[in-house]
Design a protein around this ligand. Structure first.
Ligand SMILES: O=C(O)[C@H](O)COP(=O)(O)O
Ligand SMILES: [Mn+2]
Ligand SMILES: [Mn+2]
Length: 511
């Protein structure tokens, strides 16, 4: 029998109420005009600055410190919340896929052997994010997988790409498509019928999360499975270039397109007998598609056709739902998380965020496991996010609503841990809208104040930290830290950063 019993803390009583606040995408960086956290009016977080080093420290939130393959890997929500929730560092999906590809084990394991019989008469479809962002997927892993699968019998391959612009610079999609087109041309030279079949921008096509907007997944389904999309092109390079010419076009939001042959027929719908691999290693934005591809009973949108395929995820994305049931690489086994410890010790917990980050303080926090450990002891509250908008138009998002719910939970004294994620600095930072990001940071700061005031009322404890940086640096820089100009202009950074994050609490001196 596992021993879950936690020792009493020598100074802190178990009846204390602890608020855990994760400011998503709130890193530490030098004050400058592209540091939106510095520019924003953030009196609450600023007031803590004066208390350093007594009450706060800087923590590394990228690279090996959070289980990522290299020190050049920026942090992200999955690895950040996994680490916070488990209190331990695990080799993350990105790293596990690297190892499996390098050793060739990926081709020996169950997942690949499950899809392989389809290579005989069917097509291998690869669906995922095409960039080298390293947050959800990596181009070099896709390249290796293409090579490995073709060497192992895949004779017809179709790629369904999602353009990025969120973990990498906007506009970089064209280069990534050109790169992968070269690889596909090489494969064709070797007699493999390989080409891109469909595409679209990740935030508009396929990669929704936490069931915020199923239309996003449906748009992808129509293009990938049914071969239908409002835009049709002869090649993906042409598609991305042309679609980017539209006013306000952005890699994250490119409309769905399909590639058609000379007769106008889609070159790669998914049909009975095919194999499908979703090549993202990160879970949150693949779960919805995995459900659509795998679940016999499915009512989130009309699939029109539900092809009988052999489907494998790069990883298993949800450990509780065992979804998908086949996968190429085993996910990190994130066990004995803090949430599980708390329920085993009868500690009541409350977790809250708005939809777009709800799974961060539940699913990721609990080691990529959906649902409650014990619904009698836990309450998870999801505040519905606005859907169908980019968050620069509503930069305050639901920060105040989240804080008010947390306040209520704290003042009710029904819970001993109240944890929230405040999404603003991250979600608005990803839009690249600097002015809106400043407003976002202010809203998050106001939310922190509401929570801390409530904690002070009940004589509780607060911990405030972040999962990784984002809003503290909104511009691409050269090695000496100056903005790197392109054609005389700054290049807005929509991605996360490698910057450290603050960890503060009202008691740090005690530890
Ligand atoms: O999925 C996203 O929105 C970005 O790729 C990463 O952001 P997150 O890690 O903060 O969710
Ligand atoms: Mn995050
Ligand atoms: Mn983010």
């Amino acid at each position: 029998m596992d021993n879950w019993k936690l020792k009493e803390h020598p100074q802190l009583s178990r009846n204390n109420i602890v608020a855990v606040v994760v400011l998503d995408g709130w890193g530490e960086f030098k004050p400058d005009k592209y540091n939106c956290i510095h520019v924003a009016d953030t009196p609450t977080m600023d007031s803590f600055k004066k208390s350093a080093p007594g009450r706060w420290r800087l923590l590394r939130a990228h690279g090996s410190a959070v289980g990522l393959p290299t020190e050049d890997d920026m942090g992200n929500s999955e690895v950040g919340h996994n680490a916070l929730g488990a209190g331990r560092i695990f080799a993350q999906g990105a790293k596990l896929v690297d190892l499996a590809l390098a050793s060739g084990k990926i081709y020996q394991d169950e997942g690949f052997n499950y899809i392989k019989p389809s290579f005989e008469t069917g097509t291998l479809h690869l669906i995922g994010l095409l960039s080298d962002g390293g947050v959800h997927s990596r181009l070099d892993q896709l390249q290796l997988l293409l090579k490995g699968a073709s060497e192992r019998g895949a004779k017809r391959i179709r790629l369904h790409i999602l353009t990025d612009g969120r973990d990498v610079l906007d506009g970089s999609s064209v280069g990534f498509v050109e790169t992968i087109e070269k690889d596909l041309a090489e494969l064709r030279g070797k007699g493999v019928d390989a080409q891109i079949a469909s595409g679209g921008g990740r935030m508009y096509v396929t990669m929704d999360r936490y069931e915020n907007d199923w239309d996003v997944v449906k748009r992808g389904w129509d293009a990938q499975v049914l071969g239908e999309a409002p835009h049709k092109f002869k090649s993906a390079v042409e598609a991305v270039k042309k679609l980017r010419e539209q006013p306000n076009a952005n890699d994250q939001y490119l409309p769905p397109f399909v590639i058609v042959d000379e007769n106008g027929k889609a070159v790669g719908p998914i049909v009975d007998g095919d194999a499908v691999v979703t090549f993202n290693f990160r879970a949150d934005r693949m779960v919805m598609l995995a459900k659509a591809l795998e679940y016999e009973d499915f009512d989130k949108f009309d699939r029109v056709r539900f092809p009988k395929i052999r489907y494998a995820g790069m990883l298993q994305y949800d450990g509780e739902l065992k979804l998908p049931s086949h996968y190429l690489v085993s996910p990190p086994e994130i066990d004995r998380t803090s949430g599980e410890y708390l329920v085993h010790n009868g500690v009541r917990t409350f977790a809250c965020s708005e939809t777009v980050k709800f799974g961060h303080v539940t699913f990721f926090w609990n080691g990529n496991r959906s649902g409650y450990f014990d619904s009698n002891l836990e309450e998870y509250v999801e505040i519905p996010s606005d859907s169908g908008i980019t968050f620069n138009v509503q930069p305050k998002m639901k920060a105040l609503e989240i804080a008010e719910r947390a306040k209520k939970a704290i003042l009710s004294r029904r819970f001993h841990q109240v944890r929230v994620n405040l999404p603003n600095s991250d979600m608005v930072g990803h839009t690249g809208d600097i002015e809106a990001t400043v407003v976002a940071c202010k809203a998050a700061d106001e939310a922190v104040k509401i929570i801390i005031d409530a904690i002070e009322k009940v004589g509780g404890i607060y911990l405030v930290t972040a999962d990784h940086g984002n809003a503290e640096d909104m511009v691409k820089r050269n090695k000496s830290g100056e903005p790197l100009l392109k054609d005389g202009n700054i290049q807005v950074l929509t991605s996360h950063t490698l910057k450290p994050v603050r960890f503060l609490n009202c008691l740090l001196e005690m530890f």
